[in-house]
Design a protein around this ligand. Structure first.
Ligand code: SF4
Length: 363
């Protein structure tokens, strides 16, 4: 089998790690080239015009994987009230209409997640023993947690570094080194080494960064191509970014702690209750609740990211201006028409506003 996967941030590193440990010589992992404008063009060309950006980008990734010879494709399915439930069938049909005879494996991200992931791994490894699967899974998770830890650190360092761009260089080296690590001990040591390197980057002692929380639809929040590297751009503007969502958090709660009755979003849903009492699909409920939580935690602002036409986030966007918490929210809607300079101009104006409000508050 030649297995192709779509991109979402650093998720490919986990797939690589699983194949590294479970590969049996029969299966090959085809990682499509990093998401690019070509990927987007392919996705836009073959998707229904009203499809959301994650649909178009992941379709473009899958087509690029087919071009490289993938004959088995993995994609995600969800249930609920948004269009994620239709992704699988539509993407399958489009790929077949393009003449690729690929077999599809579906990853259920809403229900039966553990079962779905384990079934997928079992099938792709021709029934490897559970002991081997569990050990490979822990190794891949080790890499995922290390990468997310690096991201948390870089969000703070970017805002205060003296030479802009230095932290990004170290981060890129860290991703490469973690992706190449062969054992879990090597992963941990590499992460430690790079956290230290990030800590040694010269910082501006007078820096007093404004703090912004990022909320919104999970794919655009986590994928730097989809969100036009918004975290990096905010770092250049001297903003410290915080975001709750991460792949490691998703794994920790959705695959394990949720089954023990621990609800990752309990506090956030409680905070949203005066304004929205139930899920509206996707991450809309969480976006509203997170705005309230960031306001209570003393953040200066919230940036809300959403794909254009994303129904759950449109609901959230419309509720946010009427909540009583006094914190500015900038909603950015992404689609194929959006240009990066436009986003940067809006970020600059928003950051100026946050600085002005902070100064006024302190007076
Ligand atoms: S949450 Fe929004 S962007 Fe994500 S699949 Fe649903 S409609 Fe599309």
């Amino acid at each position: 089998m030649r297995i192709g996967i779509p991109h979402c941030g650093n998720a490919y590193v986990i797939a690589e790690a699983l194949v590294q440990k479970l590969g049996n010589g029969k299966n090959e992992l085809i990682i499509p080239p990093p998401t690019s404008h070509r990927t987007l063009d392919l996705g836009v060309k073959y998707s229904p015009v009203e499809a959301c950006l994650p649909f178009k980008l992941t379709l473009g990734n899958l087509i690029e994987a087919c071009e490289l010879g993938a004959d088995t494709l993995i994609h995600a399915r969800g249930t609920g009230v948004c269009r994620l439930g239709y992704y699988v069938k539509e993407q399958e049909q489009i790929i077949r209409d393009l003449g690729y005879d690929a077999h599809f494996f579906t990853l259920d991200v809403s229900q039966n997640r553990v079962k779905s992931i384990m079934r997928l791994i079992k099938e792709l490894t021709n029934d490897a023993p559970w002991s081997k699967i569990i050990s490979a899974f822990s190794f891949a998770m080790g890499k995922l947690f290390a990468l997310d830890e690096m991201e948390k650190v870089i969000h703070k360092v970017r805002a205060v570094e003296l030479e802009k761009g230095r932290a990004n260089q170290v981060y890129r080296q860290a991703v490469k080194a973690i992706s190449e690590a062969q054992t879990i001990r090597e992963v941990r040591n590499t992460a430690k080494e790079y956290v230290k390197k990030l800590g040694q980057i010269p910082k501006d002692p007078k820096a007093d960064p404004v703090k912004v929380g990022i909320v919104g639809e999970v794919f655009v929040v986590l994928d730097p191509f989809a969100n036009m590297d918004i975290e990096m751009e905010l770092g250049k503007l001297g903003v410290e970014v915080e975001r709750t969502m991460s792949l490691s958090r998703w794994v920790k709660y959705r695959l394990f702690l949720n089954y023990l009755g621990i609800d990752e979003w309990e506090q956030v849903h409680k905070a949203a209750l005066p304004y929205l009492r139930r899920s509206v699909g996707g991450d809309g409920w969480e976006s509203v609740g997170e705005k309230v939580v960031y306001a209570r935690d003393g953040y200066d602002g919230v940036i809300h990211l959403a794909p254009f036409t994303c129904m759950p986030e449109i609901v959230a966007q419309n509720i946010m201006p009427s909540t009583e918490e006094d914190i500015p929210v900038l909603t950015i809607l992404y689609d194929e028409q959006m240009a990066k300079p436009g986003m940067i101009t809006r970020l600059e104006a928003f950051v100026d506003l946050l600085k002005f409000r902070r100064k006024r508050r302190r007076k």
